[in-house]
Design a protein around this ligand. Structure first.
Ligand SMILES: Cc1cc2nc3c(=O)[nH]c(=O)nc-3n(C[C@H](O)[C@H](O)[C@H](O)COP(=O)(O)OP(=O)(O)OC[C@H]3O[C@@H](n4cnc5c(N)ncnc54)[C@H](O)[C@@H]3O)c2cc1C
Length: 489
């Protein structure tokens, strides 16, 4: 019946969507409820995009085991979902004797977690991997990778959707009632029921707990700010470069991260906040990141900084405690059918496919999970972008569809066909950011200065958009307030 599901997942981040896709392989009916107008609008699009190796987490914890398993699953998953991934490796660099001790400590920890190929390098060996890296020793972890986090999150959702999972976007869950055989959920005026309810609400996971009378969890948002560098510096970094870890810090330290699109990120900072929606980037932190960026990459120029962004870690530890707590992933005994995920901070992106397996097994204790014969595990389309293809491949595509021959976003070389595909996405999302995250248009040096007006024209001409239809990301972010003047006849 309408709005009655076997399983409902609250939250369409990378974890919720990975669970949805895993369950969509089986016979259960699944819905994902998301308060934002698109998937991947929370922490899942605001992070370093690193597929961690698993050196940083204590053996025996969920963060360690799910990280290592998630890392090993990611290559096949990305191949199937047409998401770019690159296992480029990482150097964790020590600058003094104290830091060298911490390198040996994380090497031992990584080996206990089953991380392959770890090696401590001297400056000569470091120089071969990354010229001018600085530091007196480094730990090399070759299984560290990079990925576009929102591409993965969107791909998981689209694949789950293609396999029958329903998405209720723009529906914030405001109340949950335990009923005899499951749960009644209220979300933006809609009432839905589920036999099993999964809380994957990230920064709001403790609030969802409270809706069911669970008061033992608190989330303390901890902001990490980043600077994005121009693609001019593409190729400067062969590997990721992290500082040696320091006990009690809330993150892994400010580092340089390549992105799969050819930019470099500097960040993230660490700052506890009250407001789980405060994604501001602040002058002080920007100045600190510029300074640390210059120290790590001397060839950086002021004009290389093209944009800033921030993400919020859903920490379970108070500011005065810092450090990390393990993921909470529990099948609640006191509330039958409630599977609860709290504090999925880093390495949640890396761990997402492994978390999905763990949660699937928990669901299997409540509902029979029969594998479907008609599950489609792959997505169509291309991995990456038109401009990355060979000339022959480009010519073939343009011959089949001239919209591939028209470049709309000059900075990122994104074609009209790629923009049209992004507008016509399977989840039916129609915000400007949904086009940006799916096509990469507006993500280059000019940040949409040139291509946004062209995209507006496309939306008006080909999709009949009116001024009030253009939303940046949510219902309170209109792009236009009206016309300045009337069109002349
Ligand atoms: C600065 C930073 C750097 C990081 N770097 C890395 C990294 O390099 N590698 C790595 O593995 N991990 C990294 N992480 C961690 C990773 O980003 C997270 O673990 C992961 O994105 C968590 O995904 P999620 O789906 O649990 O949460 P989210 O992406 O936050 O998704 C939760 C969703 O729930 C929705 N929601 C909340 N409340 C409700 C409600 N009441 N009703 C409906 N929907 C609701 C939200 O809108 C949101 O979309 C980093 C995190 C940060 C902040």
């Amino acid at each position: 019946m309408e709005n009655q599901y076997d399983v409902i997942i609250v939250g369409a981040g990378v974890v919720g969507n990975a669970i949805a896709r895993e369950l969509s392989k089986t016979s259960v009916s699944v819905a994902v409820i998301e308060k934002e107008l698109d998937v991947s609008m929370g922490t899942s699009s605001r992070n370093s995009g690193v597929i961690h190796s698993g050196i940083h987490y204590k053996p025996g914890t969920l963060r360690a085991s799910l990280n290592v398993l998630g890392n090993s699953m990611m290559a096949d998953l990305c191949r199937d979902l047409k998401v770019k991934i690159d296992y480029i490796g990482k150097l964790t660099v020590a600058r003094d004797e104290e830091e060298i001790k911490s390198l040996y400590m994380i090497k031992e920890q990584g080996e206990a977690n089953g991380v392959p190929g770890l090696e401590i390098l001297d400056p000569n060996a470091m120089e071969k991997i990354q010229p001018r890296v600085g530091g007196i020793k480094a730990l090399h972890s070759p299984s560290t990778g990079i990925i576009c986090p929102y591409s993965l999150t969107i791909a998981l959702a689209e694949n789950a959707h293609a396999n029958g999972c329903h998405f209720f976007l723009g529906h914030g869950v405001t109340a949950i009632r335990k009923i005899q055989d499951g749960f009644e959920i209220e979300a933006s005026g809609k009432k839905l029921t589920a036999k099993v309810l999964i809380n994957s609400a990230g920064l709001y996971s403790a609030d969802v707990c409270r809706m069911l009378g669970i008061h033992e969890y608190n989330i303390y948002p901890c902001r990490g700010e980043y600077l994005i560098l121009d693609k001019r510096l593409k190729g400067t970094l062969n590997v990721l470069v992290y500082p040696a870890p320091h006990h009690g810090k809330a993150g892994l330290g400010i580092h340089l991260t390549n992105t799969v699109s050819g930019n470099i990120l500097i960040g993230p900072s660490n700052e506890y906040l009250e407001d789980p929606e405060d994604y501001a980037c602040t002058a002080d932190i920007m100045a600190q990141l510029r300074k640390e960026g210059h120290a790590l990459l001397p060839e950086l120029k002021t004009t290389d900084f093209i944009r800033s962004f921030s993400g919020l870690r859903p920490k379970q530890t108070r500011p005065e405690v810092g450090g990390f707590k393990d993921f909470v992933i529990e099948d609640r005994e006191d509330i039958k059918g409630f599977i609860n995920l709290v504090g999925i901070e880093s390495p949640g992106l890396t761990s997402s496919p492994a978390i999905a397996l763990m949660v699937r097994d928990m669901v299997g204790k409540h509902l029979p999970l029969t594998l479907k014969n008609d599950f489609i595990g792959t997505r169509s389309g291309m991995t990456g972008h038109f401009h990355e293809l060979s000339n022959e491949e480009k010519a073939d595509l343009v011959a089949g569809n001239p919209d591939y021959g028209e470049v709309v976003c000059r900075c990122e070389q994104i074609t009209k066909k790629e923009v049209l595909d992004a507008v016509e996405n399977p989840l039916g999302v129609r915000t400007i950011n949904s086009i940006k995250y799916r096509s990469r248009a507006m993500m280059g040096r000019c940040q949409g200065g040139f291509c946004l007006p062209r995209i507006v024209q496309i939306l008006e001409k080909e999709f009949g958009y009116r001024p009030e239809d253009y939303l940046l990301k949510n219902r309170i972010s209109p792009l236009f307030l009206g016309k300045m003047r009337q069109d002349t006849p």
